[in-house]
Write a protein that binds this ligand. Structure first.
Ligand SMILES: [Zn+2]
Ligand SMILES: [Zn+2]
Length: 407
């Protein structure tokens, strides 16, 4: 049987029940950060069942598996799935709900893993017809950031070297991508996500004698207000940028001027000039505000991920593959970027690839993809589409002629 788009649709649809099973298995055992022992054990056991071996040379965080095709082409396509969850208490009542108190797959990464396993399943059943190799990268710590960087440094893209990389995000991040549609972008589609923190310091004192001790609370509050004027006054109004202070900590009682107050924030940008400008203006605003309140200060800026941007030619190939599978009405062009960050950008900086969206929000079924919320859920009937797009795109990138277009 030739691996035509119609054949892939039929095969991947028939896998959907297994994809749902895997997604629910992972949904019950959410874990956060770099170490995901139960999640990894579950993924390992499915890979074993599918006879897709782990890459022996890989010794870093997460899991890397390589499926060797029966028709060598010398090319390798990587499929990346993030596996981590969030510190969110899931709304009770779901039969497949989290069994880990305080933790939840509230961003759909459980579905990403299930979809990648679906692609692994298809390719393991069609191994003899696969030209080249498919490498599966199961990554921890996407939400907390740092997972992709750690995997890159540990050699996840090497041995064999990935020539291309594919990844997806399920849910409802880009509103133009409706239920069951695939969204592809030729522009930056997610932002660079950086973090900053500052501390205002003085000596501490009595709340009834404010003239005798500089006030870090007032200095920090004033700095927070000033910081939020940067996007309105320092940045070109046509340039998207967000600065948010999400955390302020300090003080122990209503009548004590504390010795220090600590604040943390995030910066989202799409270009390097804006990013640098915000970094330097933040440092100035914090320093000058501290000075004006007679406080000392500390400031640090932590660079995070790059903007997420697909390689235009790979994005074009994925768009065509999705169109051949789902028809033109099943594919949307993402025009408006999201200000969320994604560390798949670390991989996409190294290897040409495509990150695409799969719309899965379905209010009619009470499956609303409100990311990072306790009610987040997805319409699982669309999972197979992600696997089909991975498979057809990978086949074409690997140069399979029967699948429609050579890569
Ligand atoms: Zn998320
Ligand atoms: Zn996510």
């Amino acid at each position: 049987m030739e691996m035509t788009p119609d054949y892939l649709v039929k095969q991947c649809k028939s896998l959907n029940a297994r994809l749902i099973e895997w997604r629910r298995l992972l949904h019950r055992i959410p874990e956060v950060g770099l170490e995901l022992p139960e999640t990894e054990a579950a993924v390992r056991s499915v890979l074993e069942e599918l006879d897709v071996p782990l890459q022996e040379s890989y010794r870093g965080v997460g899991l890397v598996a390589v499926l060797e095709g029966g028709k060598p082409s010398g090319r390798t396509v990587a499929v990346r799935a993030d596996m981590d969850a969030l510190a969110v208490e899931e709304e009770p009542g779901r039969e497949y709900g989290s069994t880990h108190p305080g933790l939840m797959h509230a961003c759909g990464h459980d579905a990403h893993v299930a979809i990648a396993l679906g692609a692994a399943c298809f390719f393991s059943q069609h191994r003899q017809r696969l030209p080249g190799r498919v490498k599966f990268i199961f990554q921890p710590a996407e939400e907390s950031m740092g997972g992709a960087q750690r995997m890159l440094e540990a050699g996840a893209l090497e041995d064999p070297r990935a020539d291309y990389l594919l990844g997806l995000h399920i849910g409802d991040i880009w509103p133009e991508v409706g239920l069951g549609q695939v969204g592809v972008s030729f522009k930056p589609m997610m932002a660079a996500a950086d973090a900053f923190e500052f501390t205002m310091e003085a000596v501490g004192g009595h709340g009834a004698a404010p003239h005798r001790s500089p006030d870090p609370v007032l200095a920090a509050c004033s700095a927070v207000v000033q910081i939020h004027t940067l996007t309105g006054r320092d940045i070109d109004p046509l340039e998207p940028a967000v600065v948010t202070v999400g955390q302020v900590e300090g003080g122990s009682a209503c009548n004590i001027i504390p010795a220090e107050v600590h604040a943390r924030g995030t910066v989202r940008t799409f270009n390097e000039t804006t990013r640098k400008l915000i970094e330097s203006r933040l440092a100035e605003v914090v320093a000058h505000t501290a000075g004006s309140f007679r406080c000392r200060h500390r400031f640090a800026y932590h660079r995070g991920t790059h903007p997420v941007r697909s390689d235009p030619s790979v994005a074009g190939l994925v768009r065509q593959a999705a169109t051949d599978l789902l028809g033109p009405e099943g594919v949307r062009l993402i025009e408006r970027p999201a200000l969320t960050g994604e560390d798949v950008s670390i991989f996409l900086k190294e290897v040409p690839g495509c990150f695409f969206a799969l719309g899965a929000s379905n209010p009619e079924k009470d499956r609303v993809s409100l990311h990072h919320s306790p009610v987040f859920d997805i319409d699982e009937s669309v999972l197979w589409k992600g696997a089909a797009v991975f498979c057809l795109s990978a086949l074409r990138l690997l140069g399979d002629s029967a699948s429609g277009r050579a890569g």
